[in-house]
Ligand binder design. Sequence first.
Ligand SMILES: Nc1ncnc2c1ncn2[C@@H]1O[C@H](COP(=O)(O)OP(=O)(O)OP(=O)(O)O)[C@@H](O)[C@H]1O
Ligand SMILES: [Mg+2]
Length: 368
Amino acid sequence: MSFIELINLDKRYSAKGNLIVNQMNLKIEQGEFIVFLGPSGCGKTTTIRMISGLEDISGGDITVDGNSIVSLAPKDRGVSMIFQSYAVWPHMTVYENIAYPLRLKHMKKDERDVKVKLAAEKTNIGDYLTRYPSQLSGGQRQRVAVARAMVVEPKIFLMDEPLSNLDAMLRVSMRSELKNIHETLNATTIFVTHDQAEAMSLADRIVIMKDGIIQQIGTPKQVYYDCETVFVASFIGTPPANFFKVHLEEIKNQLHAKNELVDYILNDEERVLVKDYLNQEVIMGIRPENIEINTTKRVPEGFLFEAKADFVEPQGSHIIVIINQHNNVVKVSSPLLDLEPKTKIFLNVKEHRVMFFDPITEKRIRKV
Ligand SMILES: Nc1ncnc2c1ncn2[C@@H]1O[C@H](COP(=O)(O)OP(=O)(O)OP(=O)(O)O)[C@@H](O)[C@H]1O
Ligand SMILES: [Mg+2]
């Protein structure tokens, strides 16, 4: 177990190239399970390759337990990495695959044997030690890769989309197994994915990246309900948050957030929050499940707008109602409700669960 710190970490692949990783600062606690989440090309793999030593850094520092590791060779960093393609050696049995990194360390045969069997047991492949990878299922092969990575008792585990080659069902079950393995080993882990469900279910904290820049670091709950930027609110959630570009106007002692569709009256707390934006625009972000549909009457508290439901998409346990009006597409996730398309509905925000963002920086407006 170790703690890792990324300090002003930069990466460019050529002297005049773009910053692929841009001033990244992150402290990972001992035993923490961190997930890097972000769209394709945002620098996730690059970052963990720099930590593992497979890639040079262009600026800043990486420390483990307070000591810089950037001048150490990959094998001396106490790091094990599992790749997207699970890369187990086809010509070696499961046993030989797992034992391989120990042989590289010239560990004695008896000691090696104990460790291989223990790793195989922990990953549930103890019965397959004499088989070759071609005689295993995808999930079993993935477990061999995990066993081989953990047999060296790394201080740090790096996993680059380790489940992406598996089918949907297997992915979900391997996900819980990885979580179990992490709970027994407690190795500090960085797990890369662009699957938000995977990130949510595995992470102690999620690091959301875009264009090499960290957008937010937080628990799954924080990055979902308390978004730091418009990007985070639009990247997380299915469907993602709704956004309304609104103008803030004082009318009869009340502060209204208005556009061609919405007329929302802010409560006292919200008024204080956006006081610097009076007579200016802000972006309101509201999660689909934080909008309430009323089919009979207009309730003033938290009222947003009146509309017709354009589409109703049944999801089994709930429905998604889609409203397309005045260039605003609004998605509401509602408990089951008998709603014919084109019915008139009244929409309210639940408990003023609105996030306000600056329209230029697209950053969350926070209390100062
Ligand atoms: N060896 C390289 N030389 C030059 N550019 C590279 C190299 N490797 C990656 N890049 C570029 O760096 C950027 C980040 O790549 P990276 O592989 O880190 O993204 P990622 O977040 O892991 O994406 P994905 O989700 O698709 O795996 C991309 O624009 C990519 O084209
Ligand atoms: Mg990648």
